[in-house]
Ligand binder design. Sequence first.
Ligand code: AMP
Length: 289
Amino acid sequence: MIGPKIYETVADMRQAVDAARAKGKRVALVPTMGALHEGHLSLVRAAREHAGHIIVSIFVNPTQFAPTEDFDAYPRDSDADLKLLAGLGVEGVFMPPAKEVYPQGFATAVSVGGPAEGLESTTRPHFFGGVATVVTKLLLAALPDVAIFGEKDYQQLCVIRRFVRDLHIPVTILGGPTVREEDGLAMSSRNRYLGADDRRTASLIPQVLGEAVERITAGEEAATVLAQGMARLTQGGFTVDYLELRDAETLAPVDPKGTNAARLLVAAKLGQTRLIDNMSVARPTTGWR
Ligand code: AMP
């Protein structure tokens, strides 16, 4: 099995992208922070449907972690990651050292509003600025035809679609569905933090989401359903940051008269581990309540 080529500099990655284009290949970028699991791999497989040359980036981005968060503890396992990517026939892996991405004197940031407001930003105000800056840099560094992100991080996907449009970044952004464990828990590199008991409890998140989606779609009043969902999560041992129904595209509060689909989003902590998840909600035939 021939492994992917590894690039540590933007210049080397660009050269590879140019060479692929010269051979008439379309290029896809799949940005990740490594510790790869089936969720990431599903994005790589989706990328293959759009491109003959796939680059996966692996970079644990320091600017999206607050000093109190898990940057140092974040799982890193590049040997295992490279084996998985070789198995999928990925052509290139961009693994820059931090000083390649943020050289001495770096003084620029991408500032995002709109879908970045509220939800994650309430608890993690630094987060989307860090994500928008690094994703902008990755997109401009590789200039792929398409870049693929997971719906698992739904607010992040909305924020990326927004700033890519706003900044005229010439890359098509695609979303991939959330890959789940057998009990429904959304796959996440952070699931490795969960002990056996917490891991069992964690499946309450997709249960609560799934039931709430059914009840809201059946026409029950969202506020009542969400309050009950919050109570169940709290009783189950979670500290809930939010459980909210939002417009699926803008992430603004749902307009009761609107016809758009909605998204139900949750973030909750179990011990020290913070889990996020979301599901789509079709508009009830009787309208939003
Ligand atoms: P991360 O390494 O956590 O930054 O994630 C890299 C990419 O993989 C992001 O676009 C995530 O949304 C996506 N991703 C993470 N977990 C999943 C999952 N369970 N299903 C689908 N995509 C995922």
